[in-house]
Ligand binder design. Structure first.
Ligand SMILES: NC(=O)c1ccc[n+]([C@@H]2O[C@H](COP(=O)([O-])OP(=O)(O)OC[C@H]3O[C@@H](n4cnc5c(N)ncnc54)[C@H](OP(=O)(O)O)[C@@H]3O)[C@@H](O)[C@H]2O)c1
Length: 267
């Protein structure tokens, strides 16, 4: 008789960027499903608020790790927690991220380097720690939050997300047959603090382009259970991502550039 499709039991999840937006939505959904959590972000007071709320509402254990993932020593502390054999992490969500408020040639190179450290270097280091310990146990999941803009890069942020998607595909390939999965979540525009933090005016973006964090997180977790390597939430973005793979890159970049120009710095 064929083995029934098993939904793996995931006991403890570590989520970076857990205090706001998509990361916070992951925490609520995972806590509701009964996972204990390790939550990571820079600001301890906000981590404590999230932790108090999750404990009170879902009766789960929550551990706080305050860390700036652009700083190597602090990132190493988080990687050591991910690798801890005595307190295994079953699901790693590399979600923390931000976008610089100006383009490469108008901005400060140090800001670009910090963005790359959080969007790419932290994802590399934590995925490495997570994949090694999960592979040893023969089970686990890694979700790397990328972006649909990675399919058509017209900014250094989008180029970094293109790396996250390609890296996750590579990781999934290397992990095949190990019992461990890797999924790149590629959302489109999502209502969070992300654009406000970058001081962007988003008022010209059509309503139909906006996603809600709670819904996309549920879609992503279903995609993980289904074994998908790339998760693109929302019908509108599934269509855009599908078309982007069929038409010439030059055309995709031209359209992507026009959509990106709908956001502009606030005056
Ligand atoms: N919103 C969108 O339209 C959208 C679309 C596609 C992809 N994404 C991606 O989704 C992910 C989550 O973004 P979001 O929209 O949920 O943004 P958000 O609401 O601004 O949340 C960002 C989270 O990351 C944390 N964070 C930022 N810099 C950090 C650092 N240096 N070290 C540790 N934690 C840091 C923040 O907490 P602290 O400030 O306390 O550190 C916060 O918890 C990002 O990777 C983003 O690129 C967003």
């Amino acid at each position: 008789m064929a083995e029934p499709h098993r939904v793996p039991v995931m006991r403890t999840a570590l989520v970076t960027g857990a205090t706001s937006g998509i990361g916070y939505a992951f925490c609520r959904e995972l806590a509701e499903q009964g996972h204990d959590l390790v939550i990571v972000a820079r600001h301890r007071a906000r981590l404590e608020n999230v932790s108090d709320e999750l404990r009170a509402r879902y009766s789960v254990n929550v551990e706080i790790l305050a860390a700036d993932l652009s700083k190597r020593v602090q990132l190493r502390r988080v990687a050591d927690r991910v690798a801890d054999r005595d307190r295994p992490i079953d699901l790693l969500v590399n979600n923390a991220g931000f976008v610089t408020s100006t383009s490469l040639l108008k901005g400060d190179l140090a800001d670009e380097e910090a963005m790359l450290d959080v969007l790419c270097r932290a994802v590399l280091v934590l995925s490495h720690a997570g994949a090694l310990s999960m592979r040893e146990r023969g089970s686990g999941h890694i979700i790397n939050v990328s972006s649909v803009v990675g399919f058509a890069p017209t900014s250094t942020y989008a180029a970094a997300k293109a790396w996250v998607t390609a890296f996750t595909e590579t990781l999934a390939y290397e992990l095949s047959g190990s019992g461990v999965s890797a999924t790149a979540l590629c959302p489109g525009f999502t209502r969070t603090e992300f654009h406000e933090r970058a001081n962007m005016d988003m008022s010209r973006l059509p309503k139909a382009m906006w996603l809600e964090a709670d819904g996309l997180v549920r879609d992503c977790l279903n995609d993980v259970k289904a074994g998908k390597v790339i998760s693109v939430p929302g019908v509108q973005y599934k269509v855009i991502a599908g078309v982007a793979q069929l038409v010439p890159n030059r055309l995709v970049r031209a359209v992507s550039g026009r959509v990106s120009s709908l956001r502009r710095p606030k005056r």
